[in-house]
Design a protein around this ligand. Structure first.
Ligand SMILES: Nc1nc2c(c(=O)[nH]1)N[C@H]1C(S)=C(S)[C@@H](COP(=O)(O)OP(=O)(O)OC[C@H]3O[C@@H](n4cnc5c(N)ncnc54)[C@H](O)[C@@H]3O)O[C@H]1N2
Ligand code: MOO
Length: 415
């Protein structure tokens, strides 16, 4: 079990302190490119987007029904107006005046001249050539005014936003076919460890398959990065230093797993110290305490621990923030959602622990979190069989069943 005491040659940082130190190590990539909307999902906006048109662009009916001038309605009781004119969505309403009458309109149709209120078709009765309109509707009901969502010239999206599907719809609604984004961050990934073999090859005795590269490739690419896969590096200081320098020349961030905990077979830390400098190599987080950050020949470097669950957790709470900063994105630490712990738990003070849990519906709408029985930082099956992580605050030591704690669904950590 990892001990928390600060080491003689390193201080244990909180996640927040690590994020501050990390921010000092990185500068957002400067390059931008203009891409079509179809290729913009997940990209980071390089500039603010100001609305070139208003949304909606013109006043229109929000329902299928009858458009009227509110001033034509009786002060009390129902009203009766002659029916005249018809405007469908996409039709030109010019020349259709509403004064003294009800105009048949459909959802999305431009408002006839003078009309300011729309009655839903379900609420009216047709009588001969007239419409009987009930009392009680407010002026402006069922009308979407021009610019009520966003005026022309209004700020639609701000620079640094990582574009979501709904943002692409907003850009399209504004008539924009392309958008200027930052270039993708290039992340070089490699694993270290003489015990590692490529999946698909025969496994030697005492060998294991490299799981972390598959994990990190997918996590980095979901975080918006372009992945440069550098394979498995041997636990040998000379070649590690050479490969780190080579990687530094072709990427914006080097991401490794394994070999950082400080044992004499853990050569990554030593190789980084030879080729650059370390900013920190301990974070008060479990699993994942040995997480290193620094620079190799000027390029930011993050060394994640070897255990795959520790890789997942440290990527989610440390590396992801760094990729966001490099991407020019505003790093958003997700807000954990409240769940009720279906287990009691003991931990050390002074470190934040993440517990793998599955959710069950709770009686009061707050879900109950069940802990996975496999707690080891190497147990990938525990990640595959759970829904997310519960966060137990640094100062807590003895946590009672029933305590409310923040929950992060895996989807919140891998977007
Ligand atoms: N004396 C101490 N020993 C350990 C400590 C400690 O503080 N003092 N910390 C433990 C913790 S916690 C972790 S996490 C590991 C981290 O050590 P390293 O980052 O140096 O990682 P390795 O020793 O290289 O590997 C740990 C573990 O993970 C397996 N591994 C490594 N790479 C992969 C991969 N690509 N795919 C699948 N599995 C991988 C490796 O075989 C080891 O079993 O150190 C503890 N020890
Ligand atoms: O911190 Mo280690 O990463 O618990 O497995």
């Amino acid at each position: 079990m990892a001990q928390l005491s600060a080491d003689a040659d390193g201080t244990v940082l909180t996640i927040e302190q690590a994020a501050v130190r990390a921010a000092e190590q990185v500068t957002a990539v400067a390059g931008t490119q203009t891409v079509p909307l179809a290729a913009a999902d997940g990209r980071v906006l390089a500039q603010d987007v100001v609305a070139p048109v208003a949304l909606p662009p013109f006043a229109n009916a929000a329902v299928d029904g009858y458009a009227v001038r509110f001033a034509d309605l009786a002060a009390t009781g129902q009203s009766r107006l002659p029916l005249s004119g018809r405007v469908a969505a996409g039709a030109d309403a010019a020349g259709v005046a509403a004064a003294g009458r009800a105009v048949r309109v459909f959802t999305g149709a431009p408002m006839p001249a003078g009309a300011d209120t729309v009655f839903m078709q379900e609420d009216v009765a047709l009588q001969g050539g007239a419409v009987i309109l009930p009392a009680g509707l407010k002026r402006g009901a069922n009308v979407r005014l021009a610019g009520e969502d966003l005026p022309r010239g209004g700020l639609a999206l701000t620079a640094g936003r990582r574009l979501q599907p709904q943002d692409l719809a907003l850009l399209a609604a504004l008539g924009l076919s392309e958008v200027t984004v930052r270039r993708r961050v290039r992340v070089a990934i490699f694993s270290t460890g003489d015990e590692l073999s490529e999946p698909g090859t025969a496994l030697p005795s005492a060998g294991i398959y490299d799981a972390n590269r598959s994990l990190l490739r997918a996590l980095a690419s979901r975080a918006g990065a372009e992945v440069v896969d550098l394979g498995i590096l041997a636990d040998e200081p000379e070649s590690l230093a050479t490969r780190l320098r080579e990687a530094a020349a072709v990427c914006d961030l080097i991401l490794t797993s394994g070999g950082v905990s400080g044992g004499e077979e853990d050569h990554v830390k030593a190789a980084v110290e030879r080729t650059g400098e370390l900013a920190f190599w301990r974070v008060a987080i479990k699993p994942g305490r040995p997480v290193a950050m620094g620079r190799v020949a000027g390029t930011p470097f993050i060394g994640l621990p070897g255990n795959p669950v520790a890789v997942f957790v440290t990527f989610a709470f440390v590396a992801r923030t760094v990729i966001a900063l490099l991407s020019g994105a505003r790093p958003a630490r997700p807000h954990g959602l409240p769940v009720r712990l279906g287990f009691s738990y003991k931990k050390r003070a002074g470190r934040r622990e993440y517990v793998r849990v599955s959710l069950e519906p709770g009686p009061d709408g707050i879900a109950t979190a069940r802990k996975h029985p496999r707690e080891g930082a190497g147990a990938l099956i525990s990640l595959a069989e759970t829904d997310g992580l519960v966060e137990l605050a640094d100062e807590l030591t003895s946590i009672a069943e029933g305590t409310i704690a923040p929950f992060f669904a895996y989807e919140m950590l891998t977007g």
